[in-house]
Design a protein around this ligand. Structure first.
Ligand SMILES: [Fe+2]
Ligand SMILES: [Fe+2]
Length: 163
């Protein structure tokens, strides 16, 4: 059985992952409408990945005999003036998620829940990748500056993302 504190924290993170999916999809819309289909595609795949993250928490809770409770998901409120602001927000968002994951890992350790600690290791590693991916795209956009040619190169690269 999961301890109550760990169970609640896992459940909260599951719902945050659903929110992440929502957030990335809302970011994708901006690029869809600005004919940067590669940027849009990358975010759409990311939205799917966040759903998969949520389901990892869901499945783990079920495995441990706990009930995943689906909460109301906030509407993403971001209104972005520039393309790069979106990916900067994505990067900030992932840094926040990393903080939540480490707090969860700290809690699992404090509660001496070894199984949950091991389960969370996957997310600890995943967050290293998530932060790197987002900051890498921000850096490329900075390098592109005002060059629409360079933006189209990045766009076609991001359009190749398969998972
Ligand atoms: Fe995630
Ligand atoms: Fe990822």
């Amino acid at each position: 059985m999961l301890g109550k504190k760990v169970e609640d924290a896992l459940n909260a993170q599951m719902n945050r992952e659903f929110y992440s999916s929502y957030l990335y999809l809302s970011m994708s819309v901006h690029f869809e409408l600005n004919s940067l289909k590669g940027f849009a595609h990358w975010l759409r795949i990311q939205a799917k990945e966040e759903l998969a993250h949520a389901m990892k928490f869901y499945d783990y809770m079920v495995q441990r005999g706990a009930r995943p409770v689906l909460s109301q998901i906030d509407a993403p409120t971001g209104k972005w003036k520039t393309d790069i602001a979106i990916y900067e927000d994505a990067y900030k968002h992932e840094q926040k998620v990393t903080k939540y994951i480490s707090e969860l890992a700290d809690l699992a350790r404090a509660e001496v829940d070894h199984a949950t600690e091991v389960f969370l290791q996957w997310f600890v590693n995943e967050q290293v990748e998530e932060e790197m991916n987002a900051s890498d795209i921000v850096n490329k956009m900075k390098l592109a500056g005002d060059s629409s040619g360079a933006m189209f190169v990045i766009d076609s690269e991001l359009g190749k993302r398969s998972k």
